[in-house]
Design a protein around this ligand. Structure first.
Ligand code: ADP
Ligand code: ADP
Length: 221
């Protein structure tokens, strides 16, 4: 379980003479087995925050520390689309991101495929799967490297409501069973309430306007 410490973070993009402030003076800390959703309207800096946390973007000012004990935390990612390699089988898409090889690694990949109900697709190719199944593979791949922290950027936004609902349940189960820390970006507040232990809300201009615990456990019905 990772610890995230964001202090006085600012991120601006300068293009020509124009400066856009995407993140303005944001601070928060996360530690332990939390499911934190970052919510807010389009353009409020959610993806930028995730990109700064992952190191894809550099902060203009402020600091980000993501640690596990006294080392740097290992990160896993899930994006809006699964970004699978089309010429590799489903199982190979998981094996491809592992640092080790061997029977143990293979078993671990198979275990995570099984956890998203896709053990039977191991030998198939991504193009043979539905969008929802592909996203399941993307989620299994992210968990299969056993990261300390999972960063997710609107992973269900391209899916139909019924598929998204079952994937939310699976994600919640994975989160519970693996005891990982999850940081989940969504524009959908009800999705955030359904999944999260905590909600961080950004407003236009990239300001943090709320940081709230969520008490109700999932599933609610
Ligand atoms: P969200 O994910 O909440 O929709 P983003 O983080 O994508 O918001 O964007 C926040 C703001 O930063 C927006 O005004 C967006 O146009 C701007 N922005 C994001 N990425 C870039 C970039 N690479 N160059 C310039 N402006 C950017
Ligand atoms: P998609 O909908 O295809 O998953 P996202 O909206 O999740 O794309 O992309 C989030 C951000 O990551 C965007 O700013 C995009 O430009 C960037 N991005 C897209 N593809 C890649 C990639 N292969 N590697 C790194 N960044 C990417």
């Amino acid at each position: 379980m990772a610890r995230i410490k964001v202090t006085d973070l600012r991120k601006e993009f300068v293009t020509g003479t124009k400066t856009v402030v995407a993140i303005e003076n944001v601070s928060f800390e996360v530690s332990g087995h939390e499911f934190v959703s970052v919510v807010g309207p389009s353009g409020c800096g959610k993806s930028t925050l995730l990109n700064v946390l992952s190191g894809i973007e550099q902060a203009t000012r402020g600091t980000v520390e993501i640690t596990e004990g006294n080392r740097k935390a290992k990160l896993g990612y899930v994006f809006q689309s699964a970004r699978l390699l089309p010429w590799r089988s489903v199982l190979d898409n998981l094996l491809f991101v592992q640092t080790g090889r061997g029977a143990e690694v293979r078993q671990r990949c198979e275990k995570y495929l099984d956890m998203v109900q896709l053990a039977h697709t191991a030998g198939q190719y991504p193009g043979e799967l539905s969008g929802g199944m592909q996203q399941r593979v993307g989620i299994a791949r992210a968990f299969s490297i056993e990261p300390d922290l999972l960063l997710m950027d609107e992973p269900f936004s391209h899916l139909d409501a019924i598929t998204a609902r079952s994937l939310r349940r699976e994600l919640h189960t994975l989160w519970q069973e693996t005891r990982k820390t999850v940081l989940f970006v969504t524009h959908d507040v009800s999705e955030a309430v359904e999944l999260s232990t905590r909600i961080v809300m950004l407003a236009k201009g990239g300001r943090l306007v709320a940081d709230l615990p969520v008490e109700l456990p999932f599933p609610r019905d």
